[in-house]
Design a protein around this ligand. Structure first.
Ligand SMILES: Cc1cc2nc3c(=O)[nH]c(=O)nc-3n(C[C@H](O)[C@H](O)[C@H](O)COP(=O)(O)OP(=O)(O)OC[C@H]3O[C@@H](n4cnc5c(N)ncnc54)[C@H](O)[C@@H]3O)c2cc1C
Length: 661
């Protein structure tokens, strides 16, 4: 048996948690050894998770010209026969650079890396095992840190199939798939779904819950759903995979998936992203009294001590939030506690959360839904990048900053950002929150111009206006809607014409002012109709046209009736706020457009865009960037205007265009 070597600290695992913890303790003169079972340092962060997925994403956006194709009308064809590793040629360079950086950091702090699998002999000694299972070294220490990370689940029976992969093996795909099913709409599943949809893969995303990205502010997760649908992805919520069978002899779509609902899907490749378990197997924690959950996560207290106080655990092995960013800080904080270093005594109360979907999402603090469920009073301030100079230059149309703050003290409670720079921008509100700041911090600041950051100021102004409006009576009392519809301030359209629009699903809203300037937003369908239009527009007065397909949205109409909204045909014209429209009929009437709605070819879309532009409607985006659902919503908004100004009539509840106005 090898002699026992004595250290102050032995770290298990060289991912972000282990590396930063080892460096922190060594910086304060502790003798540290780090054990790593892989040949290379860096963990999931460098080799299978964070960096590979972000490098692949960047490659996909670059190679497909995705970011700018709407702006310049360009699109690029990919060589689908290339493996993902060939496609992401840069990945090796990124991985090597990061691995060397970590090795240099550990060497600079005089931390030796001991290669082999660690297992506890007792609570003061770790054995290092070689690939044959022989003990090569024995290390004892006063303090241990378990930072062994996590591994993905694969359902039983699918492990051997090269076309059924988890996020650790996705880079082994031999080509960019033509069709793919992603199982799991959490962070990793949604990120990869966006990435492959951008690469042109026909994608299906199956998620057991009723929405993607549970826990994320619903306004943002809804927007991502809509973006995915616009990229052609099919999203199946509230369903799960029952079985996967390979059909022998089929060259394409050889995998047949049966879902719990009975639905059947075919795919070239399947990515399972259904959670991860802590890497605790083989550490022999059960022999030394360290408590582990059934999912293999180590239980810790607020100082990251396990049930054996001199053994600490950080990072993915302790579970949520399982982020590289958080794992690093947990490692540093844990070591300061272990060695009584008066430096980092606790984690920052709020840590940012970055999701590299397309576009990105980043949040700090609770979601609106969380505040609501806790009964915390809040107000919202929003700014959209389509109204921001930098956003207009770069074509950043879908971006949004949403601030949540206390309406009495104005203290910033949370910030949620959607858009290409979201994971960078989030650090601005992060610092405001870290210092207990209010939204006045944004109002008083001078931002570079033109920048997306400038939107923080306008989100704060928007919030202040909403607070101011709280003191005014609304809803029924002085709503400016009880007047001639032609004099209303806004004409809005919501597109519910696509099949399968159910409560909770995202839909597109177009709000047109009297100068026919249109803006778009996304509405998470609520059958009460609440939230379909912003409060200020409800107060200032509007006519809303609900754009529908074959069926009337009876549940929505019932909800609007309950909320006292006047529906055409049911009340006098002066009190009407809601009409119905069939976008397909509107297009036909305007242009005798032979094609029915659903013909979403670029030529048909361009024709519709031109029809509305000829009617002097102004859009925040050009013809190549506008989507079918936005055009249908805009057509409905314009129909509302035509009805209100008596240039169109209503047959039943539906606006009918008889001649081009
Ligand atoms: C697809 C994907 C995308 C992600 N994207 C992001 C992102 O954008 N941003 C972000 O912040 N986070 C992201 N993450 C999460 C991030 O990768 C992890 O949170 C982070 O790597 C966890 O660090 P860690 O130190 O806890 O563990 P890991 O990085 O998993 O490292 C654990 C190390 O321990 C070693 N080990 C395990 N068992 C033993 C043993 N018995 N003996 C010795 N060594 C052992 C392993 O070999 C590994 O090197 C992503 C994860 C995935 C899977």
């Amino acid at each position: 048996m090898p002699e026992v070597e004595k250290f102050d600290l032995v770290v298990l695992g060289s991912g972000p948690g282990g590396e930063k913890a080892a460096a922190q303790a060594a910086y304060f003169d502790k003798r540290v050894a780090l054990v790593e079972r892989s040949a290379d340092v860096g963990g999931a962060c460098v080799h299978t998770g964070t960096l590979p997925s972000k490098t692949l994403r960047e490659t996909a956006l670059y190679l497909t010209g995705f970011r700018r194709r709407e702006l310049y009308g360009m699109s690029v064809r990919l060589d689908r026969k290339k493996s993902l590793r060939q496609l992401v040629g840069r990945l090796q360079a990124v991985t090597q650079a990061q691995t060397q950086q970590i090795r240099r950091n550990l060497a600079r702090h005089a931390v030796p890396v001991v290669t082999g699998r660690a297992a506890f002999e007792d609570d003061r000694t770790v054995a290092v095992l070689d690939p044959e299972g022989q003990v090569s070294r024995r290390l004892s220490a006063d303090v241990f840190l378990i930072a062994t990370g996590s591994s993905p689940f694969l359902p039983p029976g699918t492990a051997g199939d090269p076309d059924v992969v988890d996020s650790d093996r996705i880079l082994n795909l031999d080509r960019v798939p033509t069709t793919m099913t992603v199982v799991g709409g959490g962070v990793i599943g949604t990120e990869y779904a966006c990435l492959f949809a951008a690469l042109g893969t026909r994608l299906t995303l199956v998620e057991g819950r009723d929405r993607l990205l549970g826990g994320v502010d619903e306004e943002l997760s809804t927007a991502i759903e809509l973006t995915l649908e616009r990229m052609g992805a099919q999203i199946l919520l509230g369903d799960a995979v029952d079985s996967i069978v390979r059909e022998p002899g089929r060259a394409t779509n050889a995998l047949r998936l049966k879902l719990k609902s009975g639905r059947k899907i075919r795919a070239d490749k399947v990515l399972f992203s259904a959670g991860r378990a802590g890497n605790t197997g083989g550490l022999h924690l059960e022999n030394i009294g360290v408590a582990v959950t059934p999912r293999g996560h180590v239980s810790v207290n607020e100082h990251f001590q396990t049930t054996v106080p001199h053994i600490y655990a950080v990072g993915d092995v302790i579970g949520f939030p399982a982020l590289a960013s958080v794992s690093m800080e947990q490692g540093r904080v844990a070591m300061c506690h272990a060695f009584q270093i008066a430096y980092k005594t606790s984690m920052a109360p709020y840590t940012p959360y970055g999701i590299y979907s397309i576009p990105e999402i980043s949040s700090i603090g609770p979601s609106e839904q969380e505040l609501k469920s806790k009964g915390i009073d809040y107000e919202i301030g929003r700014a959209r990048f389509e109204n921001n100079a930098r956003g207009q230059i770069t074509g950043e149309n879908e971006g949004l900053i949403k601030l949540l703050f206390d309406p009495t003290t104005r203290k910033l409670l949370a910030a949620h950002i959607l858009g290409d720079e979201a994971t960078e921008l989030i650090h601005v509100p992060m610092f405001v929150m870290a210092h207990g700041g209010t939204i006045d911090a944004f109002i008083d600041a001078v931002f570079n111009f033109p920048t997306l950051s400038e939107s923080f100021k306008y989100a704060a102004y928007d919030g202040l206006q909403r607070v101011e409006r709280r003191s005014r009576p609304t809803d029924g009392a002085v709503r400016a809607t009880r007047c001639d519809p032609a004099t209303r301030s806004y004409f809005a359209g919501v597109d519910l014409s696509r099949p399968g629009l159910l409560a909770g699903r995202p839909s597109t809203v177009c709000i047109m002012d009297r100068w026919r300037r249109c803006r778009f937003s996304t509405w998470a369908y609520e059958s009460s109709g609440s939230g379909v239009l912003p409060d200020d527009i409800e107060t200032l007065g509007y006519v809303l046209a609900v754009g529908c397909g074959e069926e009337m949205p009876e549940d929505l109409l019932a909800g609007l009736r309950r909320r006292g909204r006047g529906i055409v045909g049911e009340t006098s014209d002066d009190c009407v706020e809601v009409v119905l429209a069939r976008p397909s009929d509107l297009w036909k009437a305007w242009a005798e457009l032979g094609k029915r709605r659903g013909a979403s070819t670029p030529a048909a879309r361009r024709l519709r865009y031109d029809i509305l532009r000829a009617e002097a409607l102004e859009f925040p985006v050009g013809p190549d960037a506008i989507h079918d659902d936005q055009l249908d919503a805009a057509a409905a908004a314009y129909a509302a205007y035509l009805w209100a100004t008596k240039q169109a009539s209503a047959e039943g509840a539906y606006v009918t265009i008889t001649s081009r106005s």
